[in-house]
Write a protein that binds this ligand. Sequence first.
Ligand code: UD1
Length: 430
Amino acid sequence: MKKMDKIIIRGGKRLSGTLPVSGAKNSALTLLPCALLTDEPLTLRNLPRLADIDGFQHLLNQFGISTSIAGARPEDFGRVMTLQATRLTSTVAPYDLVRKMRASILVLGPMLARAGEATVSLPGGCAIGNRPIDLHLKVLEALGATIELAAGYVRAIAPDGGLPGGRYSFPVVSVGATENALMTAVLCKGKSTLHNAAREPEIVDLCNLLVAMGGQIEGIGTSDLTIHGVDRLHGATYMVMPDRIEAGSYACAAAITGGDVMLKGAKIEDMEATVQALRDAGVFVEPRAGGIYVAADGPIKPVTLSTAPYPGFATDMQAQLMAMLCLAKGSSVLTETIFENRYMHVPELNRMGARIETKGRTAVVHGVDTLTGAEVMATDLRASMSLVIAGLAAEGETQVHRLYHLDRGYERLEEKLQLLGAEIERVGGD
Ligand code: UD1
């Protein structure tokens, strides 16, 4: 991708058709580092083709993990990757890789568990607010690690004889810290218990992979997890779950155009809060064999909701739902409770004719009759998608800049939208 590529959308086309849902980015980003936990091959199927996955592969290669990709034709969505960490040649995740991808912190736990030590650059600032890693470090300490911070790096060290395991109660639900804890605890000497753990479907996906590798975990899918450490894990072949956020995003895209879409591969049980929000907005949503069918034929109704940890409404869906609600008949109230500074799409949507007011963590979206195309850009992944969604319904042409955000998280976005009949193209910018 050229740095200045942009997407041009000519809005107003009703979207209709079948959309293949890709493997979940956030699941893939925690399944990949599981390759650190065994010297045997780990094969992951249905990995999305995304810049973040390529970045993570590169990071794992730095540790001496071999990776190979098989069986994918260019026209296919998804890939199969086999990873093998026969021997680790480094236990350091350097700054230049970590700063590009926050999820790099997810190598800390499994590397510590496998090698007895791990050094990872502190991720640094993040566009959606200050995102600390204190809980990742506290839970690893609770499992028996010593943590040292120096020169912008965090170093985790296991005692001689290995990590004993332990008990930790999360003061705040954290997806990443729960993932790091699980990937560490599976190789601890004894039993570990995690309370108030995250229970997002991606955490369940991680637990299922760890169990397939020989891990012993009780309470999967709940916020209380008990992990009985084992001496070693073995290889596995595992299919990444479908991306519930991608599916929800395309549901909003279809709905804002008054269209209908079959989200092929999506699982309704993983996205009930999104489905409820769409239904509250008057959108028809129904599970069908092999996926979810979404259709909007009446006016969009306003919705009031707050983001919350799973099973609540996902913060990663907030921007896309907001874009859809810009055309609702009435005022919606959205409250963001997970991240600060996650309304960066609001001024851009307003430039397209939306009428959104924010006050602290709450956004009031006054529905308007029409949106108008504009040149826009956003500073994070989901915010960028909200601008695409608005552009699909806007009158005239919308140009979305800074595509590297979209390429981090939406596999071949413009191809998928073209499948639904959108007028959208990617062009090199100047
Ligand atoms: C993951 C997802 C991200 C999603 C988020 C919440 C991945 C790669 N990313 O991010 O897309 O938006 O879950 O569903 O899976 N916190 C702390 N200290 C910590 C860790 C987190 O205070 O050590 C706070 C955060 O600032 C935030 C809240 O906990 O307010 C939740 O963050 P967390 O669940 O950890 O998000 P991520 O795992 O970074």
